[in-house]
Design a protein around this ligand. Structure first.
Ligand SMILES: [Zn+2]
Length: 317
């Protein structure tokens, strides 16, 4: 069995053929023409599929999963990625299905990128074997997905677990989503860097104003950098505590570039979580770093394709 996978992001469009153990047999990618036309974007997807289709394993293709930057609509098969402006309600599933190399009868399976990451972590990463887990991506933005009852839970339109846009401060800053005080406005890499700058932190002469540089300053003891991560960890803790109360989590997995900051983020997060998650059934939920890094999007897209193939909604195990 060979699973096809596409991972559509703001910087690259990647594709792979994945075997039943989750190993990548072949991988191709093209830069995302993020400010190109809808058809220029689709041409990049078509190019990646062309590259994959010449691999001998393509003949054994049993399913094709697509993970995309969101929002997605898995019912309509459309994508409207925030960071890819030319695609609004773009019929990606139908267009991929009509690629000449895609076997007739193959219905590509679309999931959001955070749901794909969740499926990957549940299959092969830190959430392997978990029954109820929250997987988060803390990066330029904040996303997430849920494992409930041993299966990934994408929700009706594929966006369930979108924890970055839970309000954690009713009087907090407006969010581009239209809400107020969203987790993302405190905990994204963008928000961490912005808060540090506003409080007087300056990046090193040879560095940029990124969350990674704020993390380096925090490790060196800079109080403004530490405060930015404290604020981020506190927002994440509030959202995790709320989720734990709603669905009884066994595990929280955090991936994405900001999670690479390590204890600078996880320290305050665990500290505040201990004070917010105080009910017996929410207390002491383990919070761990993601187990997969680079190809989690592709592995997760493959896992989503397999789950749909089996018709159970259950992740492969
Ligand atoms: Zn928001």
């Amino acid at each position: 069995m060979v699973y096809g996978a596409l991972d559509i992001g703001g910087t690259k469009i990647a594709g792979a053929l994945v075997d039943a153990e989750g190993r990548l047999l072949v991988r191709h990618q093209r830069p995302t023409p993020s400010h190109g036309s809808a058809e220029e974007l689709m041409a990049a997807v078509t190019g990646v599929l062309d590259d994959l289709a010449v691999h001998p394993a393509w003949a054994s293709l049993s399913c094709l999963g697509i993970g995309s930057a969101g929002p997605v609509d898995t019912v309509a098969g459309t994508v409207s990625p925030v960071n890819i402006p030319a695609w609004r309600s773009f019929p990606l599933v139908d267009r991929v299905r009509r690629h000449p190399a895609v076997p007739r009868g193959t219905r590509p399976v679309l999931v959001g990128d955070a749901v794909a990451m969740t499926a990957a972590e549940h299959w092969l990463g830190a959430a392997r074997g978990a029954t109820n887990a929250l997987c988060m991506v803390v990066s330029t933005g904040v996303g997430g997905g849920l494992v409930l009852g041993g299966a990934t839970h994408p929700g009706t339109s594929g966006n369930a677990g979108h924890i970055g846009h839970i309000t954690v401060d009713q009087n907090g800053p407006l969010c581009p989503c239209g809400g107020r005080g969203c987790v993302e406005r405190f905990a994204s890499g963008t928000a961490i860097a912005a808060h540090a700058l506003e409080s007087g932190w300056t990046p090193p002469a040879d560095g940029a104003a990124t969350a990674a540089e704020v993390a380096a300053s925090a490790r060196a003891g800079d109080p403004r950098a530490l405060a930015a991560f404290d604020r981020a960890g506190r927002a994440l803790a509030a959202a995790i505590a709320a989720t734990a109360a709603l669905v009884e989590l066994d595990l929280v997995v955090i991936g994405g570039g900001v999670a690479q900051s390590g204890e600078v983020l996880f320290g305050p997060l665990r500290h505040y979580l201990a004070s917010y998650a105080v009910l017996d059934f929410t207390r002491d939920v383990p919070v761990v770093p993601a187990g997969l890094a680079l190809d989690a999007g592709l592995i997760g897209a493959a896992a989503a394709g397999v789950a749909a193939l089996s018709g159970t909604g259950r992740s492969v195990s």
